[in-house]
Design a protein around this ligand. Structure first.
Ligand SMILES: Nc1ncnc2c1ncn2[C@@H]1O[C@H](COP(=O)(O)OP(=O)(O)OP(=O)(O)O)[C@@H](O)[C@H]1O
Length: 508
């Protein structure tokens, strides 16, 4: 994050918040102390980063007149039209943008569909007058979700793009609905079963940088996890399949009262496979998968988070059918009105709720919807309105006996295991372990053979060893030893809390 201190602060805040939450569940005072020390050193670093950011702000703010002049020279409020392109726009052939003040200084308001003279009238006078030049304002709420098969009369303007390796000279549309997003190119490649083989649309949003960022960090067109790689959780898989995969395969059945659910919440202790399930859903349903963590969406700058949420849903609609997976949703959507709630956080929640509602408007074609899949380890912290929209709330528990045994087999699928391993006995001993804990035990045991072979050897001797000399089968003793070293990371109190919440709010 060198140089991008604003984002760095968000990441620091997010990590510190997660560590604090995690530390609260720990019983072992020694581990607690170590995590506290870690948090303290992160906080020290954070203070330093904040200082640097403050300095940068001061430097930026020291020439406000120049900025105001620059902004006003590209916008003529009385006419509600743009003045000629600023030189840098002409040079790079990018669409003209409004330039407004943001808490970070000057920033493009890159949200209007204005491309060429034909669209200058799209920016109405009242839009311009409503703009306070000193405050960044999000663009007005989206008016319509564009239909991809029957585009309204629109002007198509070829543009050159400089971002994210997208093809040059793509078609951009600014349609008559005033929708600010740009129509995606539709890829009609479909498999024999009617499902699309690869999500093949290209999307150019109004804010190229943000779209590039979301594409790079968040869009995952082939998560590559299959149901077979997930041990146990049969009920969760069934519910997810019914809620997410079937509506895409049989869109005509899932209409009216049978419409697909707007969102699904997976809750449960950490490391039980929620993220894996989300990825498997995306793979099995052949949809575009937007994998977002709340830390990415949580920006302390007014308007930025909303802008990101809006852009994310815009993109998801362009790549529809798609799934937006929001991990750790509790840190983004704590109860509204809670003490200490920040105005910016309230606004981002409202935007998220609005966007989720927009996913199933009357103008969304069957089978082309966007679904929100969320995960949390703290379901009791989630805002009520959001809870209502996440219509299916599935408990993802610790693995049962059979699942623990299957998970060990999955973990060792590429490793030789000795005949003496007693899977049933190990599975019994791992009661209370999460899937992640079990994977850790297996990983640790898989290293034991190498440890035995290399004990007492110098680095030079190890370097000269044949590579396959360290490949020894995993023994029962290795697993027993690893099990003695690694304890369960989930407390009984945490399980009890989840089960009680499931009793009250669970919905399958
Ligand atoms: N049911 C499972 N089947 C196979 N692997 C599992 C399962 N549950 C957990 N794992 C292992 O644990 C790791 C972590 O799982 P995952 O990230 O999906 O958990 P999570 O519930 O999303 O955790 P968190 O709540 O902390 O984000 C996986 O990479 C996988 O190795």
């Amino acid at each position: 994050m060198l140089g991008d201190y604003g984002s760095a602060i968000v990441y620091y805040d997010g990590v510190i918040c997660q560590i604090n939450k995690y530390t609260k569940q720990l019983d072992d005072p020694c581990m607690k102390g170590r995590w506290h020390a870690c948090t303290r050193s992160l906080q020290d670093e954070l203070e330093m980063v904040k200082e640097i950011e403050k300095e940068i702000q001061l430097i930026k703010e020291s020439s406000p007149m120049k900025a105001t002049h620059e902004a006003s020279s590209h916008l003529t409020p009385s006419s509600g039209q743009f003045s000629p392109l600023p030189p840098q726009c002409e040079q790079h052939q990018t669409p003209p943008t409004l330039i407004t003040h943001t808490p970070r200084g000057i920033e493009r308001r890159a949200s209007e569909p204005v491309v060429g003279d034909a669209h200058r009238g799209d920016l109405r006078g009242e839009d311009v007058q409503a703009m306070d030049p000193d405050v960044w304002q999000p663009p007005p709420p989206q008016r319509a979700i564009p239909s991809r098969t029957k585009p309204k009369a629109s002007t198509v303007v070829p543009v050159n793009s400089s971002n994210s390796g997208l093809p040059m000279g793509r078609l951009r549309r600014a349609n008559s609905t005033g929708h600010k997003g740009v129509q995606p190119k539709v890829d009609t490649r479909r498999g024999r079963d009617g499902r699309r083989d690869t999500p093949g649309q290209e999307y150019e949003g109004p804010d190229e940088d943000l779209v590039a960022l979301l594409k790079r960090d968040i869009l995952d067109t082939s998560p590559g996890v299959t149901w077979g790689e997930i041990a146990g959780l049969h009920e969760a898989k069934r519910v997810l399949e019914e809620a997410t995969v079937l509506p895409l395969i049989m869109p005509d059945f899932f209409k009216g009262i049978r419409r697909p659910v707007r969102g699904v919440l997976m809750f449960g202790p950490p490391g039980t496979g929620k993220t894996l399930l989300a990825k498997a859903v995306a793979t099995e349903a052949h949809v575009s998968f937007f994998n977002v963590s709340s830390a990415t969406l949580a920006s302390k700058y007014r308007g930025e988070s909303e802008r990101m949420v809006r852009c994310l849903f815009d993109m998801a609609r362009a790549y529809a059918p798609s799934i937006i997976f929001i991990d750790e949703i509790d840190s983004l959507c704590t109860s509204r009105g809670a003490t200490g709630e920040h105005e910016a956080s309230r606004r981002v929640k409202s935007e998220l709720l609005m966007q989720i509602d927009g996913c199933f408007g009357h103008n969304v074609e069957p089978g082309q919807h966007v679904m929100v899949l969320a995960a949390t380890n703290f379901p009791w912290d989630i805002d009520e309105a959001l809870r209502r929209r996440l219509e299916k709330r599935i408990y993802i528990p610790l693995p049962e006996l059979g699942a623990r045994r299957d998970l060990m087999h999955i973990s060792f699928k590429d490793v030789d295991v000795a005949e003496d391993v007693d899977w049933d006995e190990l599975a019994r001993q791992m009661e209370g372990y999460s899937g992640d804990d079990i994977t850790n035990v297996c990983r640790d045991a898989a290293f034991n053979g190498m440890r035995r072979r290399t004990a007492g050897m110098s680095l030079e001797q190890i370097r000269n060893m044949q590579a396959d000399a360290v490949h020894t089968p995993v023994l029962m003793d290795d697993l027993v030893e690893a099990l003695a070293r690694i304890s369960s990371s989930v407390s009984k109190a945490d399980i009890a809390k989840h089960e009680s919440w499931k009793g009250e709010f669970g919905s399958v």
